[in-house]
Design a protein around this ligand. Structure first.
Ligand code: NDP
Length: 246
């Protein structure tokens, strides 16, 4: 294996992996041999199911409760443990609290920014020193097409995801020479609990692929970005949207 593709000992942390895209990502990374920290805030049963599925498939994973929006929690989630340092960090946990901007209140703004953007910053800040020391690291941040183009009713969410994209580019440039890559994935409409209330009627007609995406289709892209083979891909945002933003 060349220096560019060697992989040192460590683990993967997927925030918000009790269901949806995070759960599919945890399974995919475990399938690549990573020990996965399955993080959840309140959905313990969902997270336990993910850990069990990973074990059934021959992988290893542990449960990590913690609210990423709480400063102390996110630092604890990233701390090195028996499973080694976090060398793959997937900042996936996210929330939306929609409303037209004149009606958005401070709590709707702050909760979305804290969960989607500030947590991404804090987790990345905590993980980077160990990654740089190992000369290997993969940070993958969940953005959204809403961070690239207008989505009325989601000013807070759009701002958080556009922030994630800007953050990703700048950090990628800061750490590129240390063997650490930082990328974002921007899903379009993916069938999860997150979109349950909007996936109605003929929404798929607006998508060139004429269908919504699956969590597994997003996880496959994250899996690639986390792999040693993606060593020369950094600072990019990969859209996974069936052509929605094309
Ligand atoms: P889900 O709502 O299905 O899952 C969200 C996960 O995040 C859950 O495991 C939830 O666990 C966890 N979570 C939420 N808040 C916190 C918190 N404060 N601390 C820890 N965990 C938390 O969402 P998706 O899988 O659909 O979305 C995942 C990511 O993808 C998000 O960042 C979202 O913005 C992004 N995305 C999704 C799209 C879609 O169409 N689905 C489109 C574009 C982007 P718990 O219930 O325990 O809190």
């Amino acid at each position: 294996m060349s220096e560019a593709t060697a992989r040192p000992e460590g683990c993967a942390l997927v925030t918000g992996s009790s269901r949806g895209i995070g759960a599919a990502t945890a399974l995919a990374l475990a399938g690549d041999g990573w020990h996965v920290r399955v993080n959840y805030r309140s959905d313990r049963a969902g997270a336990e199911e993910v850990v069990a599925k990973i074990a059934d498939a021959g992988g290893t994973a542990t449960l990590w409760q913690g609210d990423v929006a709480a400063a102390g929690d996110i630092e604890r989630l990233v701390e090195p443990g028996d499973d080694g340092p976090v060398l793959v960090l997937v900042n996936n946990a996210g929330v939306r609290m929609d409303g037209l901007s004149p009606q958005l209140d401070d709590e709707q703004w702050q909760t979305v920014i804290d969960t989607n953007l500030t947590a991404t910053f804090r987790a990345t800040r905590a993980a980077l020193p160990k990654m740089m020391r190992a000369r290997f690291g993969r940070v993958i941040n969940l953005a959204s097409v809403a961070g690239i183009r207008a989505n009325p009713g989601q000013a807070n969410y759009s701002a958080s995801k556009a922030g994630v994209i800007g953050f990703t580019k700048t950090v990628a440039a800061e750490v590129a020479r240390r063997g650490v890559t930082v990328n974002a994935v921007a899903p379009g409409l993916i069938e999860t609990a997150f979109t349950e209330d909007v996936l109605e009627g003929d929404m798929a007609k607006a998508i060139p692929a004429r269908r919504v995406g699956t969590p597994e289709e997003v996880a496959a892209c994250i899996r690639f970005l986390a792999s040693p083979e993606a060593s020369y891909v950094t600072g990019t945002t990969l859209t996974v949207d069936g052509g929605l933003s094309a």
